[in-house]
Design a protein around this ligand. Sequence first.
Ligand code: ATR
Length: 273
Amino acid sequence: MRSYTKDMTDRYVVIGNPVGHSKSPWIHAEFARATGQDMDYGCLEPPLDGFAEAVDAFRASGGRGANVTLPFKQAAFRYCAELSARARAAEAVNTLVLDRSAAFGDNTDGVGLVRDLRTNLGCVLEGRRVLLLGAGGAAQGVVQPLLESGVALLVVVNRTAARARALAARFKGVRGGGYDLLEDGAFDLVVNATAAGLVGALPPIPPRVFARDALAYDMVYGCETPFLAFAREHRVRVSDGTGMLVEQAAESFLIWRGVRPRTDAVRDALRGG
Ligand code: ATR
């Protein structure tokens, strides 16, 4: 095994299980090329109970940072001796900085969503009514950044109502519960953070949740989920999560390398544009 020296190319990985489908190695290679950074970015797939051991080994071999994806974001939160405020709010970590004396964890998912909404999709969030579907890891990461963006109302609904209530209770002014909460009220932005689309299912929402000129946003990327199809059927503007994926990656890249890469070409390429 080679020992780490300062002259070696800086190494990063995405850690997940499974991880083979991840677009992160390609995205970061594009960012590195565009910004002239000397770095290498690969994949790490530890066994489900082997996250800490895998990160320890990567760190000991000179690894400088990592992205963390399913199902390890909570394990990464527990692993880190130091955490950013946004990782603490999310209780989940998607970005590890490993070249410090203590492992540092951050969460760039929420800022990635907000940046995609604002900068790429031209969405005004201030004063808007927002509905978040789901209360799992994906939803957890975006509550605080949405609140900080100045929304007027944030409602979280979930199939398991207790999970949404527990998530909402951690934040001031957020309402949470089951889908029966949606009996009235329309929203300017509906974000699907459930895994329903991955199994071809539609969360049980009535079309009246969409206000006039609403945006329906699915965090799943690269496919037309039943949620997006349902919104389109009701003539609601839609977006998948490609932009969020690229923006959260850019924010991680900034944390590691001190330079923010442009995201438009990478986003267009992922969309096949
Ligand atoms: P992730 O980290 O991707 O959020 P997760 O923590 O397993 O994964 O959460 C998945 C989310 O999708 C949950 O909110 C889940 O609802 P439950 O908490 O009731 O399980 C939601 N979900 C999954 N399949 C769904 C479906 N068919 N309809 C509605 N919600 C669904």
